[in-house]
Design a protein around this ligand. Structure first.
Ligand code: TYD
Ligand code: MG
Length: 453
């Protein structure tokens, strides 16, 4: 009988230890070391048939390496292509993470069914019937998508050899297990080993592999951090489950920029690509309401007009409440302090609620000015004129600070029919004669006077 070998793995960062310890010395987390059985026999997980892989790789001079235009497979989904940097790179491993129920399986199935290539969709979570039901729901069908329910990598590779797909989808990496490791599916050593086998397969056959991965409560992809190091691209699917919008972000991309962003809308019949997000994030109320302001933000590389709503009311209890949705609460407190100190607005005894509509959250500091405007508008109960939007940061001294990509923001506002945009007077604008009126502001004291006059 083979000798059983065990090792301890940190469940947080994946570091391996020979002995148990209370704290992981790599990531400093407590009580994360778990014993796992690793019984390695001779490994024949993915048997390559091409003899070339047995020959030893030789170094090449960099100018001898051919740079034929790198071919990418079109995913037939504009948003997905954009986030990947122009399509799926052959032989790459793409990991898609996201909270349970956010729509990962739906997104990938939808893409698999749109592809004109032969795809093998391996699910360890749902039966073939359930996947068929989902396909019916999203109203998609095609001739070239094969569905397999299997969790053992050795059997998956057998089926891959039999069907010879152009793309392989694994839903999800946490359900896979390989015979060469004895611990349970979803454990660190299983995830690591299964991913390594898939990488070997992907690189040797030049077949792209799409992996779905679960994420933990605090947002990290469950399993070792090394999983993120092993794959070529890490995508994250996020959004508020109570709202319909979903954002696809790239956290790591060996073949493209990580600044790109894809936006989808979850409908009754699957995900719809949102090619012009600004139009839907702004509510179309005709009469002006006090407390709303529009900000021109840039998420990733994309300009996005978002609506900010503020409610300022007299506090009923001793300590005034400050509550935000989609915006950093500390930043709100800072802006309120600046308003109080520099512009003389007494908001210390008022409740302030702030909400970014559409269920998205924004980190772009350029929305500061719109936040201030929304708060003042609610406080004074004067609506901001229609067609007005904002793009500037607010500093601690009450100065209105310039922001990056101002031209792009102005152009987006102009495109959507806004008539005035307030920006910092220190922002360098290179646009030649925009149709929209660009109003310059220097200090926070001037906001009330300029905007509400
Ligand atoms: P799913 O793709 O199963 O999530 P994940 O794989 O990330 O766990 O998505 C499930 C949710 O999406 C579920 O709450 C139902 C919803 N949904 C729709 O609203 N419309 C649809 O067409 C489909 C297929 C799912
Ligand atoms: Mg799923």
């Amino acid at each position: 009988m083979a000798k059983t070998k065990t090792t301890f793995f940190c469940q947080n960062c994946g570091t391996q230890y020979a002995k148990w310890a209370g704290q992981c010395s790599a990531c400093k987390e407590w009580n994360t070391l778990v014993e796992e059985i690793v019984q390695k026999e001779e490994k024949v997980a993915w048997k390559s048939s091409s003899p070339s892989s047995k020959t030893i790789a030789k170094p090449l001079k960099i100018n001898e390496i051919s740079t034929d235009k790198e071919l990418r497979l079109d995913a037939h989904d504009k948003e997905f292509n954009r986030v990947l940097g122009g399509g799926i790179v052959p032989g790459s491993l793409i990991l898609l993470g996201g909270e349970p129920g956010i729509g990962k399986s739906t997104l990938i199935l939808q893409i698999a069914l749109k592809l004109p290539y032969k795809t093998l969709y391996v699910s360890g979570e749902e039966s073939q019937k359930q996947i068929k039901m989902r396909a019916d729901r999203i109203n998609a069908n095609n001739e070239t998508c094969f569905i397999l329910t299997e969790t053992k990598t050795q059997n998956i590779f057998k089926q891959i050899q039999a069907t010879d797909p152009d793309i392989v989808v694994i839903d999800s990496i946490q359900t896979l297990h390989t015979d060469y490791i004895e611990s349970a599916a979803g454990s660190i050593s299983q995830i690591r080993e299964c991913t390594a086998e898939l990488i070997k397969f992907a690189k040797e056959t030049n077949t792209p592999v799409l992996l779905i991965g679960h994420i933990t409560k605090d947002g990290a992809i469950a399993g070792p951090k090394i999983l993120e190091h092993m794959v070529d691209t890490v995508l994250q699917f996020e959004g508020d489950r109570n709202y319909v919008y979903r954002i696809l972000r790239s956290l790591k991309n060996r073949f493209g920029s990580t600044a790109e962003l894809g936006i989808y809308e979850m409908q009754g019949s699957g995900l719809r690509e949102v090619n012009n997000p600004s139009e839907i994030l702004i509510s179309k109320n005709e009469e002006g309401l006090s407390g709303t302001a529009i900000a021109s933000t840039v998420e990733g590389m994309r300009p996005l007009m978002i609506e900010i709503q503020a409610l300022v009311s007299t506090a009923v209890y001793g300590t005034p409440q400050r509550s935000t949705t989609g915006y950093n609460a500390k930043r709100l407190n800072m802006l309120l302090a600046v308003l109080e100190k520099r512009a003389g607005f007494k908001l210390g005894a008022k409740d302030v609620f702030l909400n970014i509509t559409g269920g998205i959250s924004v980190d772009d500091p350029a929305i500061d000015l719109a936040v201030i405007a929304a708060i003042l508008s609610s406080n004074e109960d004067i609506p901001i004129e229609k067609g007005v939007c904002f793009a500037a940061e607010v500093g601690l001294a009450g100065e209105i600070r310039p922001v990056q990509r101002i031209d792009q923001r102005i152009m987006e506002a102009e495109k959507l029919g806004f008539t005035t945009i307030y920006v910092s007077k220190n922002n360098k604008i290179t646009l030649k004669q925009p149709k929209i009126r660009v109003a310059l502001i220097g200090k926070i004291e001037d906001v009330a006077q300029q905007v509400f006059s």
